[in-house]
Design a protein around this ligand. Structure first.
Ligand code: NAP
Ligand code: GDD
Length: 325
């Protein structure tokens, strides 16, 4: 039986990846940072909380990573842990660098120290393209990150490439464009919108305050994207891949899709609030997933309309379950 260690297993992607690997017959271990209250709700939502083995650890604490590798003896390591919210990276830039940049180095070094032969997946990101240098971004598009988060991820990306080139480690970087789901954190714009739509529809909220609604993103479904992570580690040679849908949509049009779905006009509810604008914005992202299609035989399956419908439905159910005012 193959064994996988996932850092960030309590996050959106970690939960979907854990379920995916369990379905493939893997023994799944998850590194969990100690928090004052339990945050296993995503694993619980997918019904896998009792099927994974959790090991306490933190990517800023290298001995805990060595311990996790020794306990799990994995064939594959998926490094999904990060301070992943772009807006917070301006408020906590040093923490973001320690977790999102140096955390990658800590884990790569732990792999070297333990002489683990595990294949390593690094969660790279389209945020590294930032101020885009090509209209459609692919594996060769130059990077220009626009946030402390993007800069930290760029370090993680290159140190992962460097350990491949320097030490022959099997490291693969997935340059994933935005991907969402009912398990998305509430602070990210799609989930903020689908939660807001559900609350407005059910009379619990009157308006939805947003920042830059002209920003455009290439949004896919997280459930589709975790398969691409796994496929990357099944190749004979390690490599880097863009994972995207190839379609870009503005925040405004995404709002329209969500409000239309419940029969409301988004223009009646959206309020622009400068508090949600960023010091430097990534105006538009659109990925070219051709290499993933050719080499991995991977393609996004879920349209943005299907994704938003799935998320609104989940939020309508959640709001209905909340006690009324
Ligand atoms: P997420 O929901 O924010 O999950 C992040 C995970 O990292 C959580 O499990 C979190 O634990 C954990 N974590 C944070 N700090 C840690 C630390 N110091 N040590 C150990 N674990 C720590 O993010 P996601 O959306 O699933 O994304 C997964 C990865 O892909 C991230 O690296 C993200 O930057 C990257 N990525 C995401 C997207 C996207 O659109 N979702 C696109 C490209 C790349 P707690 O639950 O305890 O906080
Ligand atoms: N969060 C948020 N809240 N974003 C808003 C809002 C708002 O009220 N109003 C407008 N936006 C805009 C942001 O300015 C940004 O341009 C866009 O909506 C998407 O924001 P997020 O959903 O927060 O995601 P992100 O694109 O910044 O980052 C996500 O995707 C990256 C991949 O490109 C995160 O998951 C990152 O971890 C990931 O690397």
């Amino acid at each position: 039986m193959k064994k996988a260690l996932i850092t960030g297993i309590t996050g959106q992607d970690g939960a979907y990846l854990a379920r995916f690997l369990l379905e493939k017959g893997y023994a799944v271990y998850g590194l969990v940072a100690r928090r004052s209250s339990c945050n296993y709700w995503r694993l619980d939502y997918l019904g896998v909380e009792n099927d994974v083995e959790l090991i306490y650890g933190d990517v800023t604490d290298q001995p805990s990573l060595i311990n996790a590798l020794e306990k799990s003896e994995p064939d594959e390591v998926y490094n999904l842990a990060a301070q992943s919210f772009v807006a917070t990276s301006w408020e906590q830039p040093v923490l973001t660098a320690k977790v999102t940049a140096l955390g990658v180095l800590n884990l790569l070094e732990a792999l070297r120290i333990t002489k683990s032969g595990a294949r390593f997946y690094q969660a790279s990101t389209s945020e590294m393209f930032g101020l885009i240098k090509e209209e459609v971004q692919c594996e060769h598009t130059p990077f220009h990150p626009r946030s402390p988060y993007g800069v930290a991820k760029l370090y993680g990306h290159w140190i992962s490439v460097n350990y491949r080139e320097s030490f022959g480690l099997y490291t693969a970087n997935g340059i994933l464009f935005n991907h969402e789901s009912p398990l998305r954190g509430i602070e990210f714009v799609t989930r903020k919108v689908t939660d807001g739509v559900a609350r407005i529809k059910m009379g619990r909220q009157k308006e939805l305050r947003l920042g830059n609604v002209d920003a455009k993103r290439d949004w896919g479904f997280a459930g589709d994207y975790v398969e691409a992570m796994w496929l990357m580690l099944q190749q004979d040679e390690p490599d880097d891949f863009v994972i995207a849908t190839g379609r870009t949509t503005s925040v405004r049009d995404m709002c329209k899709i969500a409000f239309d779905y419940v029969g409301l006009n988004y223009e009646d509810y959206i309020v622009i609030d400068p508090r949600f604008c960023r010091p430097a914005e990534v105006d538009i992202l659109i990925g070219n997933p051709e290499k993933a299609k050719e080499v991995l035989a991977w393609e996004a399956k879920t349209t943005l309309e299907e994704l938003i419908k799935m998320m609104v439905d989940a939020d309508l159910d959640r709001v209905a379950d909340e006690p009324g005012r």
